[in-house]
Write a protein that binds this ligand. Structure first.
Ligand SMILES: *[C@@H]1O[C@H](CO)[C@@H](O)[C@H](O)[C@H]1NC(C)=O
Ligand SMILES: *[C@@H]1O[C@H](CO)[C@@H](O)[C@H](O)[C@H]1NC(C)=O
Ligand SMILES: *[C@@H]1O[C@H](CO)[C@@H](O)[C@H](O)[C@H]1NC(C)=O
Ligand SMILES: *[C@@H]1O[C@H](CO)[C@@H](O)[C@H](O)[C@H]1NC(C)=O
Ligand SMILES: *[C@@H]1O[C@H](CO)[C@@H](O)[C@H](O)[C@H]1NC(C)=O
Length: 462
């Protein structure tokens, strides 16, 4: 039942399709129209709302206004107003084609038309007409390479003659062919056309109209406003002082329809969400949640900060970084010395309780197996760096003090003896060691004495 009708514009090679319901029974409801495959260079106004869309559906009886996005730099072909009548669009499909400013001043495209406003104000209408406030001075610039000849300006209004000719300034004189409208009046409204020597044309529709937008109300502090005025094409710009964020448009313009392009914005004080540390180990040293205020963190003793130490409150009402975490600092279980043992503070052997963590401040003790001397510190403390205060000691092989014999003394007297050390026994008066050659006890490699200390015997017994 549905037929599709396509127009293809060779110049731009873009397709443009209409869907149509061919059943023309009057009892059927009237159908809406769909506009699709629109060139991105086109913008559509429907119900006073201008949007850039690739596709739009409109009910029967409604119309849309279409124009090129960059008026003057693109020339529109086709109709600018399309009306929907029972699934069929009236009018020729629109399309935008490039002009000289886009083509680098080639001769085969229509000329670009730009406008300048040394005085007064103007704005575009949805149809692409230039709405100009009465009294404005308007320069229409036809862009064309002067070396290729002179273009020509023509106009539809027969109100007066206009000054035309090449611009005078050095930088403009070779490419701007100008028409000037001084102190525009309603009667200057009309179509202004620039024609190149080859006969290619581009036009701009000028609509001189006295449109005022409602007087803007006095901006409420702290909003700072710079208001040009309430006339067509005039703008108002807004800003907020430090510590506030602008909510809304920073600039609004008085539109062709007497409405401001947006409402007046507001200033919102920038406040970041207050920080409530969930972790009791996290300390808030500073907490200022106004704009560019800081939050500074620390952790309780024995914990380290994971994340930023300092964050700032930014324009978005968001903190510059995440709230950090506190992680308990622990030390790895130290190496057990060879021929030694690792004990905790309660003198229990460590190796049997491997799962236990060593927090900051916890103590380990080292001891050596019998026959060994502990060389180095006998204990170490877990420090805040997560490292031990001391390296584990070494357990050196040593012979212990063998004990004095009865009625005698050992010399030299030490707690520990190195391997190869010998000892002598000196007996109390009246006592002697055996006279037979006796080997001096020597400390051996295995930490044991070669012989026991010789006994001291009484003279009488010898
Ligand atoms: C435009 O044309 C001029 C002269 O023909 C040439 O020198 C220049 O490179 C061109 N620029 C670009 C961007 O094509
Ligand atoms: C669009 O604007 C015109 C001119 O201001 C106005 O007359 C018309 O009612 C408006 N239409 C809609 C649908 O708002
Ligand atoms: C919070 O920070 C802002 C910005 O740095 C500063 O101006 C303000 O005085 C601070 N407020 C307090 C209570 O410290
Ligand atoms: C503000 O927030 C938006 C999203 O909410 C984000 O994309 C942007 O990066 C933020 N800007 C700053 C300055 O934090
Ligand atoms: C441990 O931290 C202290 C400061 O807290 C520092 O002076 C020292 O160099 C650190 N030691 C190691 C081994 O990282």
């Amino acid at each position: 039942m549905f037929g599709v009708l396509c127009f293809v514009l060779v110049l731009t090679s873009t397709g443009f399709c209409y869907s149509k319901d061919r059943s023309e029974s009057t009892s059927q409801p009237q159908l809406g129209c769909k506009l699709e495959g629109l060139q991105p260079l086109l913008i559509v106004t429907y119900k006073n709302l201008t949007t850039s869309v690739r596709e739009i559906t409109v009910p029967h009886g409604e119309k849309v206004t279409v124009r090129c996005r960059e008026i003057g730099k693109y020339k529109i072909f086709g109709d600018t107003v399309l009306k929907c009548r029972n699934a069929v669009w009236s009018g020729k499909p629109p399309s935008c084609i490039a002009t000289t400013a886009i083509s680098n001043y080639t001769e085969d495209v229509p000329p670009t038309i730009l406008f300048g406003l040394p005085a007064g104000s103007a704005t575009f209408e949805p149809s692409g007409s230039l709405a100009v406030f009465p009294g404005s001075i308007l320069h229409l610039e036809c862009l064309f390479a002067r070396r290729l000849g002179n273009p020509e300006w023509t106009w539809t209004s027969n109100f007066r003659q206009y000054l035309t000719g090449w611009a005078i300034s050095q930088i403009e004189r070779d490419w701007k062919y100008r028409l000037s409208i001084y102190y525009a009046k309603t009667q200057d409204s009309g179509i202004y056309t620039c024609t190149t020597p080859r006969g290619l044309t581009n036009s701009i529709k000028v609509h001189v109209v006295d449109v005022h937008c409602p007087q803007l109300k006095k901006p409420e502090p702290p909003l700072i406003a710079k208001i040009e005025g309430p006339r067509l094409g005039e703008a108002a710009t807004f800003e907020c002082p430090h510590g506030y964020r602008l909510e809304g448009a920073s600039s609004i313009t008085c539109q062709y329809n007497g409405k401001w392009s947006a409402n007046m914005p507001r200033c919102e004080a920038i406040i970041c969400p207050p920080i409530q540390p969930m972790n009791p180990k996290l300390l808030l040293l500073e907490h200022n949640n106004t704009y560019s205020g800081r939050a500074i963190f620390a952790c309780m003793w024995g914990h380290k900060l994971i994340g930023p130490k300092k964050i700032k409150c930014t324009r978005n009402n968001t903190w510059s970084g995440p709230v950090p975490k506190c992680l308990e600092i622990t030390c790895p279980t130290p190496e057990t010395p060879i021929n030694g043992e690792l004990m905790d503070n309660q003198q229990q052997q460590w190796s049997r309780r491997k799962d236990q963590t060593h927090r900051v401040g916890s103590l380990v003790r080292f001891s050596c197996l019998t026959g060994h001397q502990l060389v180095g510190p006998a204990s170490a403390i877990c420090t805040e760096n997560g490292t031990w205060s001391h390296q584990p000691p070494i357990c050196d092989v040593r012979c212990p003090y063998p004990g004095d014999p009865i009625h005698g003394r050992i010399a030299p007297l030490k707690f520990w003896y190195k391997s190869g050390d010998t000892i002598q026994v000196s007996c109390s008066p009246g006592y002697v060691t055996p006279l037979e050659p006796v080997r001096k006890p020597t400390c051996q490699e295995n930490g044991q004495w070669s012989d026991p200390p010789p006994p001291c015997r009484s003279y009488r017994d010898v």
